[in-house]
Design a protein around this ligand. Structure first.
Ligand code: HZT
Ligand code: MN
Ligand code: MN
Length: 379
C-alpha cells in the first residue's frame, strides 16, 4: 500500500454508537444532535426592493458575526421545528379512520414530549394539539370523555405546537382519506405558500391578505355535480409570535384589507391560511377545550380559594402558553372551573355541511433572508 492510501485508510477507533430515531419516535433530539446545531429551515431571499438585504456583503457579515454566539442563534426554534417534522411524519403514517380523537392527540403529544425532552417551562408542548374536523376550522382538541372517532369522509386539520425556551413553533396541515376534497387542500396549501412568499421585512399586512385571497379564490371544488368556490375565511388570521406568547400582537388576515402595519426584522410569524366551501366565516361553537392566561391582565382578586390555587397551578405548569383541559387533568387538577380566570378559545366553525382546510408555517424574518423554519418534505 502506498503512503497516500495508508493515510486515507481509517484507523479503527472505538466507535461511538450513532444514536438513531426509533418508531414511534421517542429519542430526545439532544441525543442525536449532540453538537446542539439543528437544521436550518427553507431559506427564501427577500424580494423586490428588499433584495439588497440578501445580496449585501455587509448584512451577511453582520449576521454571521451575530451567529457566532450560540445563544443568539436560531437553535431553539430549529430544534422545535425538527421535533415538529418528526412528530408529523409519524402522525401522517399512523392516523387512520377508526382512531378516536383522544388516541390521535396522545400519539402526537407523547411524541412531542419525548423528542423535545419536556422539562417544566424550558421545553414542551407549545399549545394544545388542534384536531379540528370538517366545518370546524380550528381550536378543537378532545376533552376527557370525548367519544369522537375519525371517519374516512373527514377532513382533519392537525395543528401541532412545540416550544424550546419559549420559542413556539406553530405549524399545521390537513389530512383526508378520500379524494373528494383534494382540490380544497391544494388551494389552501397554495394560499399558505403565497402568504409565506409575500411575507418580508417592511411588507404591509394588508397586502399579504390580498395575495392570499387571490390564490385561495382561484380554486373551486366539485362535489356530487355541484361546484363550490373556495373562500378564504375572512375572520381567521396568521399572527406574530413572541416568547411564550402565541399571539404576538400582529394579525395577518386572509383577505384584502387596509392594515398598513408592517412586518419587522427579527419577528417570528405563523403564516396560516384556511379555505372553506361554506360562507368563509367562522363562529364560536361547541365545548371549549383551549385556554390561556391573559398576558397583560390587571390583577383580578379571586374570591374563591379553589380559583386561586387553580390559577397558581396554571401559572406553574403553563405560564402564558395555551393549554387544554386534558393537560390540567394530567397535572392532577379535578373539578376545575375556568370561567373568569383565563381566556377561552372555543372551537371555530363555518356553516354546517361545509368543509375547511388549513396549512400553516412558522417563519423567521432574519436580517438577510427569510427562514421558513417549519418547512419539510411534506408541505
Ligand atoms: C390561540 C389559542 C391556542 C392563536 C391562532 C392559532 C392555532 O386564532 C391572532 C391571530 C393556540 C393558538 C392561538 F390554544 N390563534 N394558530 N394555531 N390557533 S388565534 C389568533 O387565536 S389570535 C390568530
Ligand atoms: Mn397553529
Ligand atoms: Mn397559528
Amino acid at each position: 500500500m502506498g503512503e497516500a492510501a495508508k493515510r486515507k485508510k481509517k484507523k479503527k477507533k472505538p466507535k461511538k454508537k450513532k444514536v438513531e430515531q426509533g418508531v414511534p419516535p421517542r429519542t430526545g433530539l439532544s441525543k442525536i444532535f449532540t453538537d446542539g446545531i439543528y437544521p436550518e429551515g427553507e431559506i427564501q431571499e427577500y424580494k423586490d426592493d428588499n433584495n439588497w438585504r440578501t445580496t449585501s456583503e455587509e448584512m451577511r457579515y453582520n449576521e454571521r458575526m451575530v451567529l457566532e454566539d450560540p445563544e443568539l442563534t436560531y437553535q431553539n426554534i430549529r430544534r422545535a421545528a425538527e421535533v415538529h417534522r418528526l412528530v408529523r411524519k409519524h402522525a401522517r403514517k399512523t392516523i387512520r379512520p377508526g382512531m378516536s380523537m383522544t388516541e390521535i392527540a396522545n400519539l402526537i403529544e407523547d411524541g412531542t414530549r419525548a423528542l423535545v425532552e419536556e422539562e417544566g417551562l424550558e421545553s414542551g408542548i407549545g399549545f394544545p394539539t388542534g384536531l379540528s374536523l370538517n366545518n370546524c376550522a380550528a381550536h378543537y382538541t378532545p376533552n376527557a370523555g370525548d367519544t369522537v372517532v375519525l371517519q374516512k369522509e373527514d377532513v382533519l386539520k392537525v395543528d401541532i405546537g412545540v416550544h424550546v425556551k419559549g420559542r413556539i413553533l406553530d405549524s399545521a396541515f390537513t389530512l383526508n382519506f378520500e379524494p373528494t376534497y383534494d382540490t380544497l387542500i391544494e388551494a389552501v396549501k397554495a394560499a399558505t405558500d403565497t402568504g409565506v412568499r409575500e411575507s418580508g421585512i417592511d411588507v404591509r399586512l394588508g397586502e399579504i391578505g390580498a395575495a392570499i385571497q387571490e390564490t385561495m379564490e382561484s380554486y373551486e371544488v366539485e362535489v356530487g355535480g355541484k361546484v363550490y368556490p373556495v373562500k378564504s375565511i375572512e375572520n381567521l388570521s396568521g399572527h406574530s409570535i413572541n416568547l411564550y406568547q402565541i399571539h404576538g400582537g400582529k394579525s395577518v388576515l386572509l383577505v384584502k384589507n387596509d392594515d398598513q402595519t408592517k412586518m419587522e426584522e427579527g419577528e417570528y410569524f405563523a403564516i396560516e391560511t384556511f379555505g372553506s366551501t361554506g360562507r368563509g366565516r367562522v363562529i364560536e361553537s361547541g365545548d371549549c377545550s383551549h385556554y390561556a392566561k391573559i398576558i397583560d391582565a390587571p390583577h383580578v382578586p379571586l374570591r374563591l380559594q379553589s380559583a386561586k390555587t387553580l390559577l397558581k397551578s396554571i401559572t406553574k405548569n403553563f405560564g402564558t402558553l395555551p393549554f387544554c383541559r386534558r393537560y390540567l387533568d394530567r397535572a392532577g387538577e379535578t373539578k376545575y372551573l375556568l370561567a373568569g380566570i383565563v381566556q377561552d378559545y372555543p372551537p371555530l366553525v363555518d356553516t354546517k355541511g361545509s368543509m375547511t382546510a388549513q396549512f400553516e408555517h412558522t417563519i423567521l424574518l432574519r436580517p438577510t433572508v427569510k427562514e421558513v423554519v417549519s418547512r419539510g418534505d411534506d408541505y
